[in-house]
Design a protein around this ligand. Sequence first.
Ligand SMILES: NC(=O)c1ccc[n+]([C@@H]2O[C@H](COP(=O)([O-])OP(=O)(O)OC[C@H]3O[C@@H](n4cnc5c(N)ncnc54)[C@H](OP(=O)(O)O)[C@@H]3O)[C@@H](O)[C@H]2O)c1
Length: 288
Amino acid sequence: MKRLLVTGASGFLGRRIAEFYGRNYEVVTPGHQEMDITDKEKVSAIFHDFKPHFVIHSAAVSDVGMCEKEPERSWKMNVEGSRNIALASAELHAKCLMCSSDQIYFGSKIPGPHREDESVNSLNVYGRQKKQAEEECLAENPKCVMLRLSWMYDTVTKSKYEHGDFFRTLALGLKKKEILRYPVHDVRGITDVDEVVRNLEYAWELEGGVYNFGSPNDRNTYETVIAMFTKLGWDAKVVQRNEEAFAPAPRDISMNTDKINKNGIVFSSTLDGLIRNGRLLKLTKESK
Ligand SMILES: NC(=O)c1ccc[n+]([C@@H]2O[C@H](COP(=O)([O-])OP(=O)(O)OC[C@H]3O[C@@H](n4cnc5c(N)ncnc54)[C@H](OP(=O)(O)O)[C@@H]3O)[C@@H](O)[C@H]2O)c1
């Protein structure tokens, strides 16, 4: 059995990766206490112990607000920690997939959907740290595959520490019969985490470099939800326009997926993913 090392396995994505690949790989998940990714020697020692064939690096400070508040601490994790993982992977000749982010495109003057080779300088600290991590990891280990992920959701909660996400917040709002407000000045991919997890296995085959890796979406978030409700035959009156959010600086961080598509990796559109999962939600409601 091939060995797969997953960082950040107590987090939203890492937990799901470890669970899914545990069926066909020997998965090792050194946690924060055992392997602080900012400790270069420790990372190298753990890698030499486990001798992974594959690595998926999902540990990070993933909270955009936290990166603004504590840029130095988050830099240590998001940039230095990632570089340590890239270096250790190179030492062991392990193929390394790294989680980057669509926030890299935040503030781009070029209209979306954005392509990987665009010149970017994100307006937020998190986006800039992810970009710097991409550059430094590829300089140390050109075989690294940097995956720019979009906003991910699941339909189920796997840990009490888990942050909310797009789908579960929507489902909870519906259950509580709340008015749901979504921004009209925000365009981005929103992706079913299950598709991300499954597609990672195909990403082993990719050449080193940067790849947009998530659902394409050309609607703003309000339009996306309206289209979902309409398709599912749900009452769209509960969905309202949020005109304030992102109004001072409208955001479009949607991603062009031609590059992964050419490599045989395909994601559903955001709308199709939401409709598919929305149907399940409806079935669950009816079956109760
Ligand atoms: N979630 C999304 O929608 C989204 C979107 C785009 C990109 N991404 C990227 O995808 C990756 C996974 O995101 P996520 O939402 O799963 O993150 P998450 O839930 O916040 O999990 C982060 C993980 O990193 C670990 N960690 C933090 N500092 C560490 C350190 N110094 N050493 C070792 N481990 C450390 C945490 O462990 P402890 O809890 O024990 O500290 C936790 O397991 C991240 O790179 C993120 O930037 C996520």
